[in-house]
Design a protein around this ligand. Sequence first.
Ligand SMILES: *Cc1c(COP(=O)(O)O)cnc(C)c1O
Length: 359
Amino acid sequence: MSRKYNFCAGPAALPEAVLQQAQQEILDWHGAGMSIMEMSHRSEEFVAVATEAERDLRELLSISDDYAVLFLQGGASTQFASVPLNLMPAGGSADYVHTGQWSKKAIAEAKRYGDVNVVADAAASNYSTIPAFDSWSLNPNAAYLHYTPNETIGGVEFFWEPDVNVPLVADMSSTILSRPVDVNKFGVIYAGAQKNIGPAGLTIAIVRRDLLGRSQVGCPVMLDYKTAADNDSMYNTPPTYSIYLAGLVFKWLKGQGGLAAMEQINRRKASKLYDYIDNSGFYANPVELASRSLMNVPFTLADAALDKPFLAQAEAAGLMNLKGHRSVGGMRASIYNAVGEDAVDALLDFMREFARSNG
Ligand SMILES: *Cc1c(COP(=O)(O)O)cnc(C)c1O
């Protein structure tokens, strides 16, 4: 067996050491004579696994007791509804920043539940920039401000947090755990697990406790943050195996030196890639310099007719899932935490060789 380099945007690569541990434990978890995924979610064993996963996540992100950490389902897409249902009073209004395709979806969903004020829209730059904060038309009475710190498809990332007087809500699906973040600046942070946390099926929400218990009248019990908070995320059966695997990833991250260490590695990986693309005269990345994502690096080739041979030869070289999102074309290398520097080096070697023989 040889593992390939996986640049998939999500579900994404997992650390090999985590997969090996899961493999070792799959038939007999810690001498229990069964897999952790075969146990009751209310068993002493599984509750300990979930509790430890939460503790490790709190440690990695320095999450204070002012926040509830919720293990949910439904993906980030369900959070697009949960956020307004929990935070927007009936007849209320919320502010949204439109920086790309995921914020667009969040906006469309929120409109079903209340009034949405789009404070800024990067359409003029074809979503390759982040509109300057002083140009945003903020509503001082907004229930919250929602933004997407990393647009996974466009490869546009915020390296600053909007400084607003209303609760700040962030879809961190593709940037969470890639570098330290000051959780105290946020009302709600949410993320689907399958980019940088673990396998699909788990969604994490970090909710400031004073925002619990404010849901709209029609909010489904399962989408009410208070339900999850009051029941330790076990109102119904949680995605137990995904929680277990996420817990292993958290331990792995701690072993790597935590998020400050991951940031150094991630910055090195990304800058190698962007530096080469910018200087290649063959590849190009459209995103403004200050907003280039550390996790998702889209790029185009000098001639789109070369896309197919590029992808075919990349796969033959063991470099998988480099095809860009269907809506934008070109290529995209997603270089999440579990994609090592060796993978980026292998990609760069391939890109240089391909440019040499086709340039
Ligand atoms: C992947 C992604 C989503 C969608 O996540 P699902 O878990 O599939 O619903 C939403 N927002 C961002 C930023 C993403 O990267």
